[in-house]
Design a protein around this ligand. Sequence first.
Ligand SMILES: [Fe+2]
Ligand SMILES: [Fe+2]
Length: 361
Amino acid sequence: MIESKDIADYFDATLSNIKPLVRLDFDIHLYFSQNQHMVVLFKKGEIPSAEIIQKYRSKGLNKIWIHKNNFETFKAYSASRTKEGSLLSTLLNSTELGGELKKAAGKEIAKVLLQNATQAKTFQEQQEINKKNFQTIRDILDQTALQAESCISEILKLCDVDPVLTHGINVATYAVVFAMAFGKIVPDLLADIALAGLLHDIGVSQIPISILQTPWQAMDREIFREYAEHVHFSLKLINEFSVSTSERVKLLIDQHHEKFNGSGYPNGYKAFQFNDIAQLLTMADLVDSISNGRWDGKKRTLKDALDVINKLESVTPTPEYFNPEILKAVFYWISHTETSEPLTQVVDTVSSQAKYIKQLS
Ligand SMILES: [Fe+2]
Ligand SMILES: [Fe+2]
């Protein structure tokens, strides 16, 4: 049923504002001025496919009308997601899509994000891409919004927010991307990884600023010993301010400076004692730390940071930082861009599946 037949009760937008595969929280109408007729194009609750949106656009339809009561809802909908984020959100929320399809689609999205992320030519460009990629995985955090927000808002008040937050955001983003690329698509796990990424370094707020300004490579034993305490402080702050944080988040944070050869800290875990998900968080942390200059004082793009890691690992007879299988896989994804539009294929696959779901319901 149409909310009102009076065009004055509506505002207009265009079909290009409509995101494929995102469930609508409002009705979308067409208006025919000749006979002042209003019809519903998509109903609240529908998930328009890319195909149907394209079909209407190819027929010359563009202007759509939405009831003014839904203005705020529409604003939030328009601002929320990137194309990859919409798709990811659909995947995560879908109870109908099969596990294998979800995994495959998650992997493809991850590879697209990684390939985009390694296209930056300058550090500034890198920062922009990082921000966009975070927008994509933001929905994952929204899945556990209560847990994340109460925790983050309390704890970040204690921090020198900017550097810690930007680094936390990048680590959360790339740890989630790495996890998806390895076929992990369970929302709770991804939310824990994202939260661990955001919070892993909050303990640096308890370390003297002079120590934080020293790049890792320039730290002497004493400075390093003090700096290494931040892992303990991160966990202490979380235990004090966010008692509901899951044990898995704490485990990931506890291990974010461990190394595959056992020379990391604080526990010196070795090889398979080193949790395989924590290794992904650690890789994201090292990549961003090499990129943002924390490692040796020099800022780099993500691609250059990954090259540094590759060189570090290739000069030692046994791998220092990571399980070689993990590193090999990451390099394979970023260097194999032969599938020019993998995301389009994913959209098509999920679209046809979504259509099938709609027919069933
Ligand atoms: Fe750290
Ligand atoms: Fe870090």
